[in-house]
Design a protein around this ligand. Structure first.
Ligand SMILES: [Zn+2]
Length: 253
C-alpha cells in the first residue's frame, strides 16, 4: 500500500497539511498485580472529546492538542508493550472526553506507581509564538520522586529530539493552575492515595508520584517538529525507554 501523503492539494492549489492517522493504543490485558510487574503506570493523554486543549492552524489544518497527546500516548504503549515489567492503564483510549476525577479514579484500585500526563503547551493569546520548549509540572517541589522522574524524562527528550528545554523546566503546580485543570488531577491523586509503593519509599504523605509533561508549544515552531514525520513516535519511544529503565531499576526494590 502506498504511504499516505502528509499534504494534499486543495482546489486553490494550496498545499494543505493532513494530520497523520493516530494509531490505536496497545491495551494492557493482564491483571494489575505486583507479581512480575515492577512499574504500574497510568498514562494520561491530555484533553479529549469536546475538550480540544490548545489549538493552532498549521498549513490550513486545525491542529488540536488532544490529537497530539493521544498519538504520543499510543506510541508510548507501542514501545512498552513488550516489557514484562510494566503494566499500564490508559485514562482514555480514543477521542473521548474524560473528566479530571475520572482520570485518577483507578489509581487506588490498580495501585499505580506513577501518573504520567502528556500535554502540549500554548502561550497566552497576547504572547503567541513567543514561547517554546518543554517543561514538566509536579504537584510540589519537595516531591523528590516526581521531581527526579520529571528530570529524567525531560533530559532524555531534550537529548533525543530537537525540542528545547524551558529555562526553568520543572515547576510546581501553582503556576499551572491557570493554564490547565489537569494539575488538579495530581492534587486529587495525592489526597486519595497514600499507599506506600516501592517508588515512593520515604515519601508516603505525597501519594502517587505524578508528572505532567508539556512537550513543546503548539503555537511555536515546536509544532513543525511535532508534525514532522515520525517525531511523535520518537517522543513516545523515548518516554517508553525511560519507563522501561525505571521499571528495571524498581525490580527487586
Ligand atoms: Zn493541555
Amino acid at each position: 500500500m502506498a504511504r499516505k501523503k502528509r499534504t494534499k492539494k486543495t482546489e486553490t492549489g494550496m498545499e494543505k497539511f493532513v494530520f497523520p492517522p493516530i494509531p490505536k493504543p496497545v491495551e494492557y490485558k493482564g491483571r494489575f498485580s505486583r507479581e512480575g510487574r515492577s512499574l504500574i503506570v497510568v498514562l494520561d493523554a491530555g484533553h479529549g472529546g469536546f475538550d480540544t486543549g490548545a489549538v493552532a492552524d498549521y498549513k490550513g489544518t486545525r491542529i488540536m492538542e488532544k490529537d497530539l497527546t493521544r498519538a504520543i500516548v499510543s506510541y508510548i504503549t507501542k514501545h512498552i508493550a513488550d516489557d514484562p515489567n510494566i503494566a499500564w492503564f490508559l485514562t482514555r483510549k480514543g477521542d473521548e472526553f474524560v473528566g479530571l476525577s475520572a482520570r485518577t479514579k483507578e489509581l487506588d484500585r490498580i495501585k499505580a506507581d506513577l501518573f504520567l500526563s502528556i500535554h502540549i503547551n500554548a502561550a497566552p493569546l497576547d504572547r503567541k509564538g513567543e514561547a517554546q520548549g518543554m517543561e514538566a509540572y509536579i504537584a510540589r517541589m519537595d516531591d523528590e520522586v516526581s521531581y527526579s522522574i520529571a528530570e529524567e524524562l525531560l533530559t532524555a527528550l531534550a537529548e533525543g529530539t530537537s525540542l528545547l528545554l524551558r529555562e526553568e523546566p520543572i515547576k510546581a503546580n501553582d503556576n499551572l493552575r491557570v493554564l490547565h485543570n489537569s494539575i488538579r488531577v495530581l492534587d486529587n491523586s495525592r489526597q486519595s492515595y497514600s499507599r506506600l509503593r516501592p517508588l515512593q519509599r520515604g515519601n508516603k504523605r505525597l501519594g502517587t508520584p505524578g508528572v505532567l509533561l508539556e512537550i513543546g508549544f503548539i503555537d511555536s515552531e515546536d509544532l513543525d517538529y511535532l508534525l514532522c514525520e515520525g517525531n511523535l513516535e520518537l517522543i513516545g519511544q523515548i518516554i517508553a525507554e525511560r519507563l522501561k529503565d525505571l521499571a528495571g531499576r524498581m525490580k527487586g526494590v
